[in-house]
Design a protein around this ligand. Structure first.
Ligand SMILES: [Zn+2]
Length: 335
């Protein structure tokens, strides 16, 4: 049996945020709401959203675990009926987890386009180590491109790299289907692959039209909703990124690391890794260890550890030896 959960409404465009109260009344959202944001995203959009829907709001500024507890406490205290997350990955992930625990819906209002977590039914919780947990899909997504365009360009580049990484994630999924008979969803895989391809084809236009990227990231979230897991958008390139998070934490952004991982895994899959590297360079995303701000040793170790990150069959199979990792990183010019 399949149980597919998707957002009911998605609004993308300039001034989309102005539609918030109309959309909420169309969705039948009533009662007490809580707007979550951080200091910066409160200024960028959180304050306005709170005003538009006459909501209470909470500004998050603590480590993730503590902020989740504060959000949960506030939900209980105010008898909150739905949560609105206004921000980037940190805020939206807290909104997802807090709403999931309270069994109430949440709405995602991303203020940047740095990765597909802003729309996916997965939350990544940063504690002593990063863990990915299954939550609900957002009830609705409001992506105001005017606000997203104001975000630092580095976030936009990282978002493009995260979308491009769907490419190798889908190839890994196909491999698992062929080699270990894993369940494979054609629709989820096609949707994910299409998002990567469109971003690659239109990479030159994305700075002027962020809706191209936003739609790709939303489609990635939908692909994960259809698959019921992050499988369509997360393969060995994501394992590599998680390994970097553990080996040299806080050195670069999730999407940036996934982009470099995509170059490496594309080489292993035997596809045109040079094209992927060029696309990432065009949008200003990192393609080397130096760009990521990590040393060569970190890349080699991450390549050797990546297959252990989670129980997911990928092109890394049983893992790479040191020699294989060095060879791969050198051939793809990552080190
Ligand atoms: Zn990702």
């Amino acid at each position: 049996m399949k149980d597919i959960e998707l957002p009911m409404r998605v609004i993308v465009g300039d001034k989309a945020i102005d539609k918030t109260s109309l959309l909420f009344s169309e969705l039948g959202l009533m009662g007490h709401s809580l707007v979550l944001s951080d200091k910066n995203t409160y200024r960028a959009a959180g304050e306005k959203v709170s005003r538009l829907i006459e909501s209470s709001s909470l500004i998050l500024d603590k480590p993730m675990g503590e902020s989740i507890e504060s959000a949960c406490a506030k939900i209980k205290e105010n008898n909150v009926d739905y949560v609105v997350g206004v921000g980037g990955g940190y805020v939206i992930d807290i909104a997802k987890v807090a709403a999931f625990r309270a069994r109430i819906p949440y709405i995602s209002i991303p203020t940047s386009a740095a990765h597909d977590g802003i729309t996916s039914p997965q939350a990544s919780i940063q504690g002593e180590r990063k863990v990915s947990v299954r939550v609900h899909s957002p009830l609705a997504i409001i992506a105001d491109t005017e606000i997203i365009r104001m975000a630092p360009t580095r976030l936009l580049s990282a978002g493009c790299a995260d979308a491009v990484s769907n490419y190798t994630a889908v190839l890994d999924w196909e491999l698992a289907r062929d080699e270990i008979n894993e369940y494979f969803g054609d629709y989820a895989a096609s949707l994910s692959m299409m998002s990567a391809k469109i971003v690659m084809e239109k990479i030159d236009c994305i700075r002027d039209d962020v809706s191209i990227l936003m739609e790709a990231l939303i489609s990635s979230g939908v692909a994960m909703g259809i698959a019921g897991s992050s499988r369509p958008c997360s393969g060995a390139e994501h394992q590599f990124s998680h390994a970097i998070d553990m080996i040299c934490p806080d050195s670069s952004l999730h999407g940036e690391q996934c982009g470099v991982g995509t170059i490496l895994m594309a080489y292993l899959h035997g596809i045109d890794w040079v094209k992927i590297k060029k696309v990432l360079e065009t949008i200003g995303a990192p393609t080397t260890a130096k760009d990521l701000g990590v040393d060569d040793k970190c890349i080699i170790k991450a390549l050797m550890e990546a297959h252990r990150i989670r129980d997911r069959y990928t092109i890394l199979r049983d893992g790479l030896s040191r020699e294989q990792a060095v060879d791969l990183a050198k051939k793809t010019l990552v080190i």
